[in-house]
Design a protein around this ligand. Structure first.
Ligand code: GAL
Length: 675
């Protein structure tokens, strides 16, 4: 990644008196008559918009039929935006192929696991393995780059859109052929190697020819887990190939324009191994839509902390979020008063150097006509637009936080491969959710006021004081060794159950659980003992008294000590939570699924922090720092005013605080001070 995260056009820099916090959204002028565009740019300026994403779904408008190109409208849109000092994040427009392409070449269409071909009429109707799609999409990218590479409004390239959002897994014949080619390379053209890697001797699956191998299509029973895992890897790699192919064109034609693609870092983003994509990008961009739950801000933080982790602590951009409701859930709640502002500043607090929305103007028609926008159906004379314009002004007053780093000395290891593998069938407890487990530990840290980088296991762990490893089911020897080395070097490592269980081929690590972490933790487990729904056991120790359900196991201490023990049940008296001294650090193991309050008490003990140091309920506290300044973000998600210690000047309202800072109920403060 380069430091030049965005190439701000000179007129935008001049208008904002320096590089601004990016503010804007997806702009789809192709859905509107041209006279509307003039109102758009006028209102964009009114709202403080400085960056819009253009062209995401415009392929069929740009190329209405084979060989016919229609760029005039986009020329005019870019000129108009530039004339109003608005920079452009230009999409390569490859996200959704036009009907003529899928009609002439039906093999472009993706096929689901049931063998059903997905039709044109929605979006992303292309198979990541389609060579026809690849060829036509690259022709489009070449034309976009050639035509707009020199346009003064162009600040950033936006490859495709949420690559793999809908079409990540294709089980058709083309994908089968591409999967085989991928496997031949991975297993050095050796079927013996593949048969060994997949343990095909189980259930009579030994292959005698490459043509016998298929994607994991519909079967009566669970299919081969390693075949599934390799298909996950292959599918993510196929999308990365498309990303790389588009990037190659852009870098050749426009070497000075930074490149991004927008990623979905939770929930719907499960299918992509984003940690293997980011090295190709100049900027990590994330899309985030709130879950409709009362504590949705905690999941928001997870997504933002993951974006920062993928950006290795550097700047990242919130490319899409909603000003209000989405339109794709069964019920799409509006945001509560003040929520939009809190959400926006939570992203900025956690390292985003810009805030963009889907979308600028609410659609009048089409599948997303009820999705919220910056400019709602009600028009500019609306509460929503006033809120958006107020946000634009507030963000403009925060430009000094640009490029500062979020202070975090805790890492939470999160791995897409573990996500795929841990949630596969035929496990000791098939109700476990890897993602929710990671989120649960993140929530415990959030509530304790600990800022966490969510990073892949391969990340550099050297700067972290605390490393939390929730249910990291699959891990390589190398990554497990790095965790152990971090403990030796002084970190406190906390590992939760069902971690380190298998190698990267989903083969169980022998000799006792938790396999890869057994020596680090100084424990050995011979048998998993998940608990049926009605069962629970009591434990006590550093966790305080707690009733645990879902999972427990009998832990044998090799050189760890017990920090909590079972009070009843089959393992009464045995350890449930352990600690081992390791070099300058220590390693904790949690062999049970703890309720939230016990987890909080455990965290205080593990992190050696007084529970009195916790922030008030619902108060989000994050610090961004530069060499000379610290910016304290205080976001009050609660219903009562909160006062904390601190001094400095609030960037948002200019108020000066000496010794104490009061944050109104539902309010936000960004307090800057010299360090
Ligand atoms: C995203 C997508 C946008 C828009 C948005 C609506 O997944 O990238 O184009 O559809 O969802 O929430």
């Amino acid at each position: 990644m380069t430091a030049e995260w965005i190439r701000w056009p000179a007129n935008v820099v001049a208008r904002f008196g320096g590089e601004p916090v990016a503010f804007g959204g997806d702009y789809n002028p192709e859905q509107w008559d041209e006279h509307v565009w003039h109102e758009d740019v006028r209102l964009m300026r009114e709202a403080g918009v400085n960056l819009v994403t253009v062209g995401v779904f415009s392929w069929s408008t740009l190329q209405p039929e084979p060989g016919r190109w229609n760029f005039g409208w986009l020329d005019r849109v870019l000129d108009l935006l530039h004339a109003h000092d608005i920079a452009v994040d230009l999409a390569t427009a490859t996200a959704s192929p036009p009907p003529w392409l899928t009609t002439r070449f039906p093999e472009v269409l993706p096929v689901d696991r049931h063998g059903r071909t997905m039709a044109q009429g929605g979006r992303q109707a292309w198979s990541p393995s389609s060579l026809v799609y690849r060829e036509h999409s690259l022709e489009l990218v070449e034309r976009m780059a050639g035509r707009y590479g020199e346009h003064p409004a162009l600040a950033l390239w936006h490859v495709s859109n949420e690559l793999g959002g809908h079409n990540s897994r294709c089980y058709g014949e083309q994908s089968a052929a591409a999967f085989r080619a991928w496997l031949r390379e991975r297993y050095h053209d050796s079927l013996d190697e593949l048969n060994a890697a997949w343990t095909t001797a189980a259930w009579s699956q030994t292959y005698s020819a490459w043509t016998e191998i298929q994607p994991p299509r519909l079967t009566f029973t669970d299919s081969n887990p390693t075949q599934e895992l390799d298909f996950d890897r292959f599918s993510s790699d196929r999308l990365r190939e498309q990303l790389r192919a588009e990037i190659a064109v852009l870098r050749r034609v426009t070497p000075d324009i930074p490149i991004t693609t927008n990623m979905v870092l939770f929930d719907a983003g499960k299918n992509m191994d984003y940690s293997s994509w980011t090295a190709d990008l100049d900027l990590v961009a994330s899309d985030h839509y709130l879950r409709p739950t009362p504590d949705a801000h905690v999941e928001l933080s997870f997504s933002a902390d993951r974006a920062r982790g993928l950006a290795r602590g550097g700047p990242w951009l919130l490319m899409e979020t909603a000003t209000g409701a989405t339109s794709w859930r069964s019920v799409n709640p509006a945001k509560r008063p003040g929520q939009l502002r809190r959400d926006v500043f939570a992203h900025v607090a956690r390292g985003s150097d810009g805030i963009c929305f889907f979308q600028w103007r609410a659609a009048r028609a089409g599948a997303e006509r009820f999705h919220s926008a910056m400019l709602p159906h009600a028009g500019a004379g609306s509460r929503k637009f006033r809120e958006v314009a107020a946000l634009g002004a507030e963000l403009a007053s925060c430009s000094e936080v640009l490029g500062t780093r979020v202070a975090a000395d805790c890492a939470l290891l999160f791995s897409e491969e573990s996500w795929w593998a841990a949630e596969r069938a035929s496990h000791p407890h098939n109700g476990l959710s890897y993602a929710e487990t990671a989120l649960g530990w993140h929530r415990t840290l959030w509530e304790a006021g600990v800022t966490v980088d969510v990073v892949p296991p391969s990340a550099d762990l050297s700067g972290y004081r605390l490393i939390v490893v929730p249910m990291l089911y699959l891990i390589s020897d190398r990554d497990a060794a790095a965790v152990a080395a971090a403990a030796e070097a002084g970190a406190t490592v906390l590992v939760s159950y069902f971690s380190g269980i298998v190698d990267p081929l989903d083969r169980v690590r022998l000799g006792g659980y938790p396999g890869a972490f057994r020596d680090l933790l100084g424990v050995r487990v011979e048998e998993f003992a998940p608990l049926a729904e009605a069962d629970s056991v009591e434990i006590d120790g550093v966790t305080g008294p707690a009733r645990v359900s879902t999972w427990h196991e009998e832990i044998e201490l090799t050189d760890a000590v017990a920090e909590a023990r079972y009070l009843d049940g089959d393992f009464a008296g045995a350890p449930a939570v352990t600690r081992a001294a390791r070099g300058a650090g220590e390693a904790w193991y949690v062999g049970v699924e703890l309720p939230a309050d016990a987890r909080a008490r455990l965290l205080d003990a593990v992190a050696k922090r007084p529970s009195a140091g916790r922030p008030a309920d619902g108060l989000e506290v994050v610090t961004r720092r530069s060499a000379g300044h610290a910016y304290l973000f205080l976001i009050n998600h609660g219903d009562t005013e909160v006062t904390v210690q601190g001094s400095g000047t609030d960037l948002l309202d200019g108020s000066v605080h000496e010794g104490k800072i009061t944050v109104p109920a539902g309010g936000v403060r960004v307090v800057g001070s010299a360090r």
